[in-house]
Design a protein around this ligand. Structure first.
Ligand SMILES: Cc1ncc(C[n+]2csc(CCOP(=O)(O)OP(=O)(O)O)c2C)c(N)n1
Length: 562
């Protein structure tokens, strides 16, 4: 095809890749691309801060399992985009960040917004690309998309200098769209894993983000139903087998009320499926040191991080699960395994019920100010449709809802994950409702985290995107205050207090609706009214500032803070 300039080539390449949404904050360097995306099938979501644009692309990547696309301008637009890129890198989110930059022929002349961008972002992305010729723009876009989804997904950076976008390609250019292939299982290893399972008495499967991105839910469900092996889920894998399935014991985190801790301490075989041994399992230490370890991952370098792995398997999770199912059926292994694991699943059911019972007092607390677990409990009960989407932000707030949320399915829950960056909540909620206008969306957040991208609520109101925000308002940066109290015996003055902020009134002034809630029994009626309003609604719940989450206690005790 013959293109008038690099900007048109970029726009056509994005369309060829099926891009339907671009999250962006404008800048002159991007005009040649905008011009050729205007009036096409691509929708722009124009944010008020580049950070929000990239948070939104991150949410897109996680919800849709294909790359979210953010576009930012040179220099300050680029630097504003960095935090969510680091977060996406840690989480392994498929995302393509396109950045403008100064023209190649203007480097070092002291042109506007000039800086060396690629070296800054290189350690945060799977690949940092700079395209130096208008003819090669589609090829670079193809490469960026392929890289973002191949193997373990992740963010990719593509820099398109403004003179390249303005230059006319000297020849006809193809629009390549290459499919990334996923990893194929080693059949012998699948067989070996089944032998190990047959020798175990107390096995546990842990399905992480790799199970979500490979779409392994159905195959895994078939496998646990055939064999009776209990499964736990983690990270973006939460919900790949629903929490309500009798063989799913919900999240694997040891702090979650349920059986995660009991299973980890007593298991004799841990099968980690597309999940990393990171802080969330104390780098592998929450699992019985005597247990045999199997780790399955699409990225071989991941296998063996932090703990010795007895059986490493490099595979896409769905491919492995499908292979396991084939062998189990062919060799008729199911009934024997089901019988073998029945006492263990009974034990887990008892531990699960006990773990839940221990949390009841907080979940059903009638105290004023409201216990944050009670808020999380009511929110979880209320968001009871299978396709409801819950988003979280905040320190303790994320811990409380993480401990309380029942996952009816995968791809309907967004939190900040391992990078731990506050501030993505409002952009995440904007993405969820923008992509799924028919689903109910709720953001559960701390009061501090409300502030980072507050102006994005203006975007929501202006664009008619409605969701409900529930703030567990503990008058400050709760998790840090609490970790100081646990560690030092007191809060350090001048850094963690916010005082009472009437966020609900701010939201009202922007055209949304607001509710102040001071008693537990007011939460549900406020949720009813908030969703019925069809607007952006903020329920500002005065929560107990002295309630310390297990997350804060962990923060006070992990190595870095000693
Ligand atoms: C961008 C960013 N800045 C600072 C921190 C450190 N931090 C972790 S938890 C926390 C407190 C969060 O307060 P809030 O949003 O009110 O939620 P709460 O813990 O009170 O539930 C802070 C400041 C962080 N994780 N990310």
């Amino acid at each position: 095809m013959k293109f008038s300039n690099g900007g048109e080539a970029a726009a056509q390449a994005l369309l060829a890749h099926g891009v339907d949404t671009v999250f962006t904050l404008c800048g002159g360097h991007l005009n040649p691309i905008y011009l050729h995306l205007e009036n096409t099938d691509v929708r722009f979501f124009d944010t008020r801060h580049e950070q929000a644009a990239v948070w939104m692309a991150d949410a897109y990547g996680r919800l849709m399992r294909r790359p979210g696309v953010a576009m930012v301008t040179a220099g300050p637009g680029f630097t504003n985009a960095l935090t969510p890129i680091a977060s996406a890198s840690m989480a392994g989110t498929p995302l393509v960040l396109i950045s403008g930059c100064v023209g190649i022929n203007m480097i070092e002349k002291l042109d506007l917004q000039d800086m060396r961008q690629a070296p800054v972002i290189e350690p945060m992305v799977k690949k940092a690309l700079i395209c130096h010729s208008a003819e090669r723009v589609p090829e670079f876009i193809d490469l960026a998309f392929r890289e973002a989804v191949s193997g373990r997904p992740g963010p990719v950076y593509l820099e398109l200098p403004v003179d390249i976008l303005g230059a006319e390609p000297s020849r006809e250019v193809e629009l390549p769209v290459t499919r990334a292939e996923s990893g194929v299982v080693d059949r012998g290893k699948a067989h070996e894993l089944l032998t190990w399972l047959a020798e175990a008495e107390k096995p546990m499967l842990i399905a992480g983000s790799g199970a979500w991105y490979s779409d392994a839910g159905e195959e895994l469900t078939r496998f646990i139903e055939a064999t009776g092996v209990p499964i736990f889920t983690a990270a973006n894998g939460r919900g790949v087998v629903p929490d309500t399935h009798p063989l799913c014991f919900e999240g694997s985190l040891a702090i979650r009320p349920g059986s995660g801790m009991h299973a980890g301490m007593n298991t004799d075989l841990v099968v980690v499926l597309g999940n990393r041994l990171n802080l969330f399992c104390l780098f592998g230490d929450t699992y019985n040191p005597q247990a045999r370890m199997v780790q399955v991952d699409i990225k071989p370098e991941e296998i063996g991080r932090n703990r010795k792995i007895d059986l490493p398997i490099m595979s896409d999770i769905r491919a492995l699960a499908a292979e396991l199912n084939e062998v189990v059926e062919r060799e008729g292994l199911g009934a024997g395994l089901r019988e073998r694991f029945a006492p263990w699943t009974d034990e887990l059911r008892r531990a699960h019920a006990e773990g839940k019972a221990n949390a009841e007092a907080n979940w059903r607390s009638e105290a004023v100010p409201v216990h944050p677990m009670r808020i999380a409990y009511d929110v979880n009960e209320y968001m009871n449709r299978d396709d409801d989407i819950v988003v979280t932000d905040g320190g303790d707030a994320t811990t409380w809802i993480g401990m309380s949320r029942t996952m009816p399915c995968a791809g309907h829950y967004l939190d900040y994950g391992l990078f731990g960056s506050l501030g993505g909540g409002i952009p995440y909620a904007n993405t969820a409702k923008f992509l799924f206008p028919d689903k109910r969306v709720l953001l559960f957040t701390g009061d501090g985290s409300m502030g980072f991208n507050f102006m994005e609520l203006e975007r929501a109101v202006t664009k008619g995107i409605s969701f409900v925000i529930v703030i567990a308002n503990d008058l400050g940066w709760g998790m840090i205050r609490h970790s100081q109290e646990v560690r030092l015996g007191r809060a350090i003055e001048g850094v963690t207090e916010l005082g009472r902020i009437d966020y609900h009134r701010f939201v009202e002034s922007m055209g949304g609706v607001g509710f102040l809630v001071e008693k537990p029994e007011e939460i549900r009626p406020a949720l009813d009214e908030a969703f019925a309003s069809g607007k952006v609604a903020c329920i500002n719940v005065m929560s107990d500032p002295t309630a310390v989450s297990p997350g804060s206690i962990a923060l006070a005790n992990v190595g870095a803070y000693k």
